[in-house]
Design a protein around this ligand. Structure first.
Ligand SMILES: Nc1ncnc2c1ncn2[C@@H]1O[C@H](COP(=O)(O)OP(=O)(O)O)[C@@H](O)[C@H]1O
Ligand SMILES: [Mg+2]
Length: 286
């Protein structure tokens, strides 16, 4: 086990990723997109993966839940969750854990809602399939989930196109929460949204984490945004982790030259660091 980054480990881990390597089969041979990466996510922790586009963040996100598809394959490592190595579970065993223990919110998630069925039916699909709920139980649960993300209950009857982008992303987060997962992987969940809505959603994720105690793997290329939400941050470059530390250390005392370079690439660094940004306002509806 590599111990390049002592801060990568957590005293009370929910998931332990060790020496994880992921390759893509290409015409020019195998390309190693993730190079022997190790880190823990603590119970109730928000852990950030930062780094420029193409550094391997999404590849890690998919590999954790074994949702990666060919030409990607996991060439080495282990992913221990709840004492089990996810990489050695059968598809059936993993199928039980996926979504109910580890949920994912993708970058394009807000477009992943089914456009032809109502929000209520989308919740019901998940709750019936995984929990065997009746329509009535599912509606009850869906209403409570909408409360959590501040969407009025009566909007359950509406279709995805009737919601703004920010609201659609919050619906997807509510669906991800519906089975009470222990870990939520969020891959650029707010990248497509404007800054005010981004902030509102991050605040909501933070509050929900406080309330429910789940862990989050939060992925973005936006280090400034990330440093406001996360407990610890790993900075990636070319498939490797170059630095891991508490978010305030990454913000105030970045050690690795690459982390310093990433900060320098944000024009609004001072705004972001000192919280001088616009207050959250109501987002547009529908
Ligand atoms: N299907 C694929 N075939 C070959 N290489 C890929 C494929 N998908 C991603 N890659 C490569 O893997 C690397 C990591 O990609 P990705 O995990 O999507 O990065 P990030 O999410 O950090 O932007 C990139 O260099 C990308 O070119
Ligand atoms: Mg990505």
């Amino acid at each position: 086990m590599s111990n390049k980054h002592p801060e990568a480990y957590h005293p009370d881990p929910l998931i332990q990723i060790r020496d994880l390597s992921v390759d893509y089969i290409t015409d020019h041979g195998d390309f190693r997109a993730v190079k022997s990466v190790s880190f823990d996510i603590g119970k109730g922790e928000i852990f950030g993966l930062a780094g420029e586009s193409g550094c391997g963040k999404s590849t890690i996100a998919f590999a954790i839940n074994r949702l990666h598809k060919p030409p990607a394959y996991i060439s080495e490592g282990s992913i221990i969750f709840d004492g089990k190595d996810l990489l050695t579970l059968s598809d059936k065993e993993l199928g039980v854990m996926r979504w109910s223990e580890i949920a994912m919110v993708f970058q394009s998630a807000m477009n992943s809602l089914n456009p032809v069925i109502t929000v209520e039916e989308q919740f019901a699909d998940v709750l019936r399939h995984h929990r065997g709920m009746s329509d009535e139980q599912a509606r009850d649960r869906a209403e409570k989930l909408l409360d959590l993300v501040n969407i009025p209950r009566e909007r359950l009857k509406e279709y995805p196109h009737q919601f703004s982008g920010g609201m659609r992303q919050r619906l997807v987060i509510a669906i991800a929460l519906s089975l009470n997962p222990q870990l939520i992987i969020m891959d650029e969940p707010t990248t497509a949204l404007d800054v005010v809505v981004q902030r509102e959603i991050l605040q909501q994720i933070y509050q929900l984490r406080e309330e429910f105690g789940f862990s989050v793997l939060f992925i973005t290329h936006d280090l400034a945004l990330m440093s406001q939400l996360c407990d610890r941050i790993a900075v990636m470059r070319f498939g490797d982790i170059v630095e891991v530390n508490k978010a305030y250390q990454i913000r105030n005392h970045p050690q690795h030259p690459y982390t310093q370079k990433l900060w320098a690439s944000f024009p609004n660094i001072h705004e972001s660091q000192h919280g001088k940004t616009t207050d959250t306002t109501q987002e547009e509806t529908a």
